[in-house]
Design a binder for this molecule. Structure first.
Ligand SMILES: [Zn+2]
Ligand SMILES: [Zn+2]
Length: 148
C-alpha cells in the first residue's frame, strides 16, 4: 500500500496484535477497519463514536486523499471534541490518521477514560516513535559546576 499523502510505500508495524501501516516519511497511520475496532477494544471504548454520535462529515478545504486500498477519494470525518480531529475515512476499508491526530484523539479519550492512558501512550510510542518531544540540545549536559 502507498501513503495517501506521500505516495511512498507504507511499512507494516504490529503491536499487541494490531497491525498498522505506518508511513516512514510523514508518520501517518493507516488502520484497517478491523484493526481500529481492536484498538478501540483495548481502549475500552469505541473510537468511531466517542459520544454515541456518528462521526460528522466535515467540510474542509483539505484536498481529499485516496484510500490506500481502493484508491478512491476518502471522506473527511471529525472525531473528538476539543479540538476536533479531522480524519480521512474510506467507508469500506479504514481510517487514515495524519501524524499527531491519533495522539490527539487518544489524549481526549484518556482524559475522560483514565486508566488506559499509560498503555496507550506506550503503544503509540512503540508504534510510531511519538512518545513525547525530543530532548532539547544539551539537555543532558551539566549546567555548570556545583560546589558543595
Ligand atoms: Zn506519508
Ligand atoms: Zn477503500
Amino acid at each position: 500500500m502507498e501513503c495517501p499523502v506521500c505516495r511512498e510505500p507504507l511499512i507494516v508495524a504490529e503491536r499487541e496484535g494490531i497491525e498498522l501501516d505506518v508511513c516512514p516519511w510523514c508518520h501517518g497511520l493507516w488502520f484497517d477497519a478491523g484493526e481500529l475496532a481492536l484498538l478501540a477494544e483495548k481502549l475500552g471504548r469505541t473510537l468511531a463514536a466517542p459520544e454515541g454520535a456518528p462521526p460528522e462529515a466535515a467540510p474542509t478545504s483539505e484536498k481529499p486523499r485516496l484510500c490506500p486500498r481502493c484508491d478512491k477519494a476518502m471522506e473527511k470525518v471529525a472525531l473528538g471534541a476539543r479540538p476536533k480531529v479531522l480524519l480521512d475515512r474510506c467507508a469500506s476499508h479504514g481510517l487514515w490518521f495524519d501524524h499527531g491526530e491519533l495522539g490527539s484523539l487518544v489524549g481526549q479519550l484518556s482524559a475522560s477514560g483514565g486508566s488506559h492512558h499509560e498503555a496507550v501512550t506506550t503503544f503509540m510510542g512503540e508504534t510510531i516513535g511519538a512518545s513525547g518531544a525530543p530532548p532539547p540540545d544539551g539537555a543532558g549536559e551539566p549546567a555548570g559546576e556545583v560546589k558543595r
